[in-house]
Design a protein around this ligand. Structure first.
Ligand code: CA
Length: 232
């Protein structure tokens, strides 16, 4: 169930949005100013943010820029005033994924939100790579830093394990050849287990770390390895 953060200082609108989005099956947390929004974003993982631009304490633009510096892949939909063309342009330039002008239609908001969440789950979108297993576990990877999370738990990965996993995730369902992996590894720091036969060692280690995740690495004889959801 997607966890949404609504940042809106208009109490009536905030409560209305919370009620409707909860009713539509989302988990909703709300904030009434920019500072509250930032402290929630620091402590909780959200799937998307609905952000009003005109906010007390810390304004929406500042919050948006703050989000983009820390949470590059987090989808943000901004709410702007009807006549705020400048705000809209400025908001999109500052990294908003979409916008709606007030007053808006609730069905339109839901549709935009769904589209935004769907896009954010596609591999290679914006920042984080993400795949979901048949057992509804979610594997996320930062394609630039050696970090990965299984559901919301950080995985312990070495640099080579992470680069191998990144390659498998971005080619989910397709074979990744031994040469592809070794090519990527050329730029990764050595970890004392060099040599081509060490690939099996790394695959074995990642398999152990993905145990019970519903994701598995298949050995395609003579071709390479393929990440797939278990039982397919
Ligand atoms: Ca406002």
């Amino acid at each position: 169930m997607p966890h949404l953060l609504i940042v809106e200082d208009d109490e009536l609108l905030r409560d209305g949005l919370s009620a409707q989005l909860s009713h539509a099956g989302h988990t909703v947390t709300s904030a009434s100013d920019g500072a509250q929004a930032q402290s929630l974003l620091e402590s909780t993982r959200f799937d998307a943010v609905i952000l009003d631009l005109g906010l007390p304490v810390i304004d929406g633009f500042t919050v948006l820029r703050w989000i983009r510096q820390r949470l590059a892949a987090l989808p943000v939909l901004i709410l702007t005033a009807r006549d705020g063309v400048e705000d809209r342009v400025q908001g999109l330039n500052a990294g908003a994924d979409d916008y709606l002008t007030k007053p808006f239609n609730m069905n339109e908001l839901l549709a935009r939100l769904q589209a935004m969440l769907r896009r954010s789950r596609l591999p290679a979108f914006a920042g984080t790579l993400e795949v979901q297993s048949s057992a509804a576990h979610r594997l996320r990877l930062d394609p630039r830093l050696p970090m990965a999370w299984l559901d919301d738990e950080a995985m312990e990965l070495t640099h080579r394990e992470w680069s191998l996993l990144t390659l498998l995730v971005s080619n989910m369902g397709q074979v990744v050849s031994r040469d592809d992996v070794l090519g990527v590894w050329q730029s990764a720091p050595a970890e004392g287990a060099g040599g081509s036969n060490a690939l099996e060692v790394y695959v074995h280690r990642i398999r152990r770390k993905l145990q019970d995740s519903g994701l598995s690495i298949r050995n395609v004889r003579g071709l390479g390895y393929m990440l797939e959801t278990s039982g397919t």
